[in-house]
Design a protein around this ligand. Structure first.
Ligand code: CP
Length: 309
């Protein structure tokens, strides 16, 4: 039996995740068909941190399943007048919400509000803690490309310290047998963060040739208040993907990024443009976004509409 809420992938088995991915594949295959598993259901969406991909794809997913979106926009909600989250959730329930999709900057916040409601809570990303639907859509995208994760090395480069995406992959990728190598400057890759069995390096050029997938993570400028990095320019020079480093990549390689991309930091503009002309070195950024809709449809179908997988 699946947990009621989706905060983290830690409570899931490979079989559970396969069920979600298979359902997502079904929705993708049947694009254009009308679905109604959320008919009559009101899904509240509330994002307390900026988002384009996750928020819009969850909205689309609700609509594609025939549900209605209740948009709780924090900038104009009664929280601004002092209402606490417990009362806000109670209000949503009184308005007939059947589920809440939530993004917040404080890790543990979803857990806290789950104590005040019976409706399922789905994470849309929680501080530096977890972003479960992102990890699932990444895995979906790779498998769609024919990647056998058990035979795949993923080099994850960037701001691991602040990355909820990385933390969700720490839970998901081992279930599929993928080998993960983390790369970042030491300040963004503290040893205590590295999960058992995961390799790491502080030298991008050493590990780039090993990657079947290069997963770039955004440098989270908004979470760099501690002044961890001397400068973004220096980061880009040492850890950014540039034309010189392209020659170190395998002939066949996939480039991924959860978005939004800081062009000029994680990857420079010329390299991005050049990669688009390679037949076997493929950028999957837009496919990740597209697949996010199907994966989120699957999550809602299972967690809110109650489909058994
Ligand atoms: N990947 C991701 O979470 O993107 P958004 O912040 O645009 O939702």
């Amino acid at each position: 039996m699946l947990p009621k809420n989706m905060f983290s992938l830690k409570d899931y088995t490979r079989e559970d995740l396969e069920g979600i991915l298979q359902r997502a594949a079904y929705f993708k295959k049947n694009e254009g068909k009308i679905f109604s598993s959320l008919q009559g259901k009101n899904i509240a969406i509330s994002f307390w941190e900026p988002s384009t991909r996750t928020r819009l794809s969850f909205e689309l997913a609700v609509q594609k399943l025939g549900g209605r979106v209740i948009d709780l926009n924090p900038t104009i909600s009664s929280e601004r007048k002092g209402e606490n989250m417990e009362d806000t959730v109670r209000t949503l329930t009184s308005l007939g919400a059947h589920a809440l999709i939530f993004r917040h900057n404080v890790p543990g916040f979803l857990q806290k509000i789950s104590r005040h409601t019976e409706m399922p809570l789905i994470s849309g990303g929680e501080g530096c803690y977890q972003h479960p639907s992102q990890a699932l859509l990444d895995i979906f995208t790779l498998r769609e490309k024919g990647v056998n994760l058990a035979e795949t090395t993923i080099v994850m480069v960037g701001d691991i310290l602040h990355s909820r995406v990385a933390r969700s992959h720490f839970l998901a990728l081992p279930l599929f047998g993928a080998r993960l190598i983390l790369v970042a400057p030491p300040v963004l890759l503290p040893p205590e963060l590295i999960p058992p069995g995961v390799s790491y390096s502080y030298h991008l050029e050493e590990v780039l040739p090993q990657g079947d997938v290069i997963y770039l993570l955004r440098v989270q400028k908004e979470r760099q208040s501690e002044g961890l990095l001397p400068s973004l320019g220096e980061y880009a020079a040492v850890y950014g993907l540039n034309e010189k480093r392209l020659s170190l990549l395998k002939e066949k390689v996939f480039l991924m990024h959860p978005g939004p991309v800081n062009v000029g930091i994680e990857i420079n503009y010329k390299t991005l443009k050049r990669l688009k002309s390679f037949p076997t070195r493929k950028i999957l950024f837009q496919e990740q976004v597209q697949n996010g809709v199907y994966v989120r449809m699957a999550i809602l179908d299972i967690f809110v509409a109650g489909r058994v997988v």
